[in-house]
Design a protein around this ligand. Structure first.
Ligand code: NAP
Ligand code: GDD
Length: 345
């Protein structure tokens, strides 16, 4: 039975990846930080067979301890401060976890394997945010990076450390340059979920408006469930490499609002959306759209979900959650509803 260790198992991608690996017959270990992490019950509910280990990407001995306990064949490093907006307020913390945390995990593998890094395959959760002020459209593995946020800068550091450990020590280390991916499990701080949750609550009379920042930004949005499959495929290849994972289609935040409001029968959404200058970013990534041709040809990966059905699924999910909220039903968690509504078709 193959064994995998996931950092960031309490997050959106960690949950989908744990489900995927369990379905493939893996024994899965998840790194959990903090003495009373409020997201642990959700992990235990969705993936009860995952074995949780205490550890933090800021603490090297805890990472070595987790590796020694899990004895993994594969490590998926998904843990990060992942909210770009927050990375300006807490640039040092973001660098520490999202950047140096990658180096720490690579070093921990080095120590755990007694310098035989090739024994453990490593996946680094890199990001299209690294392209930032994009030098070409669409972006590929060869597009130069120009990060626009402390988060993006930290991810560039983690990406090149991953490449460097591969080239220096023969690590089977892959960097997945993933474009934005969403789901009903997405955190409420990200724009898709903020919109789908807000639209659902507006439709049910629980709130009047959504307050947003830049509506013109364009992203290449896919479904998280499709993207974790690409992570796994990268680690199954004989040779480690870096791959762009994207749908190849870009939409603006306005498009997102159109689809989400249309789902609840609201055509003219202007009166429900306010803009607050404080939600604009000090430096914006205006346009992201990826070319995943390499992943298509070498991994045989392609996205199964498209933008409209993804957004509609998220709105439907949030309608179900908001209905429970309206009826004061506290007995069931949003993830019970995720199971009923599933992913986008
Ligand atoms: P997420 O939902 O925000 O999850 C982040 C995870 O990181 C959480 O489990 C969090 O644990 C964990 N974490 C934070 N600080 C940590 C620390 N000091 N030590 C150990 N774990 C820590 O993010 P996601 O959307 O699943 O994304 C997963 C990874 O992919 C991230 O690295 C993200 O930057 C990257 N990525 C995401 C996207 C996307 O569109 N989703 C695109 C490209 C790259 P707690 O529960 O304890 O906070
Ligand atoms: N979060 C948020 N909230 N974003 C807003 C808002 C708002 O109220 N209003 C407009 N936006 C715009 C942002 O300025 C940005 O251009 C776009 O919506 C997407 O923002 P997020 O959903 O926060 O995602 P992100 O693109 O910054 O980062 C996500 O994708 C990256 C991959 O490109 C995160 O998942 C990162 O962890 C990931 O690396």
């Amino acid at each position: 039975m193959p064994r995998a260790l996931i950092t960031g198992v309490t997050g959106q991608d960690g949950l989908y990846l744990a489900e995927l690996l369990i379905a493939k017959g893996y024994e899965v270990f998840g790194l959990v930080r903090g003495q009373n992490n409020p997201r642990v019950p959700r992990v235990k509910q969705i993936v009860p067979s995952v074995r949780l280990l205490d550890g933090d990407l800021r603490d090297l001995p805890s990472l070595i301890g987790a590796l020694d306990a899990a004895q993994p064949d594969e490590v998926y490093n998904l843990g990060a401060v992942s909210f770009v907006g927050m990375s300006w307020q807490q640039a040092e913390l973001t660098s520490e976890i999202t950047g140096i945390g990658v180096l720490r995990m690579l070093e921990a593998i080095q120590i755990h394997t007694h310098n035989e890094m090739g024994r453990v395959r490593f996946y680094q959760a890199s990001s299209s945010e690294m392209f930032g002020k994009v030098r070409e459209v669409p972006q590929t593995e060869a597009t130069p990076f120009h990060p626009r946020s402390p988060y993006g800068v930290a991810k560039v550091f983690g990406h090149f450390m991953t490449v460097n450990y591969r080239e220096s020590y023969g690590a089977h280390a892959c960097s997945g340059i993933l474009f934005n991916h969403e789901s009903p499990r997405r955190g409420h701080e990200f724009v898709t979920r903020k919109v789908t949750r807000g639209v659902a609550r507006i439709a049910l009379g629980l709130q009047d408006r959504i307050t947003l920042g830049n509506l013109e930004a364009r992203r290449d949005w896919g479904f998280a469930g499709d993207y974790v499959e690409a992570m796994w495929l990268m680690l199954q290849q004989a040779e480690p490499d870096d791959y762009v994972i994207a749908t190849g289609v870009t939409h603006s935040v306005r498009d997102l609002l159109d689809v989400a409001f249309h789902r609840v029968g609201i055509g003219d959404w202007d009166r429900h959306v306010a803009q607050d200058p404080r939600l604009f970013r000090p430096a914006e990534v205006d346009l992201l759209v990826g070319d995943a041709s390499k992943a298509r040809s070498l991994l045989g990966w392609k996205p199964r979900s498209e933008f409209r059905s993804l957004v509609e699924t998220m709105v439907d999910h949030d309608l179900a959650v908001a209905r429970r909220e309206r009826h004061g039903s506290a007995g069931r968690s949003p993830d019970d509803v995720v199971r009923q509504t599933g992913g986008p078709g």
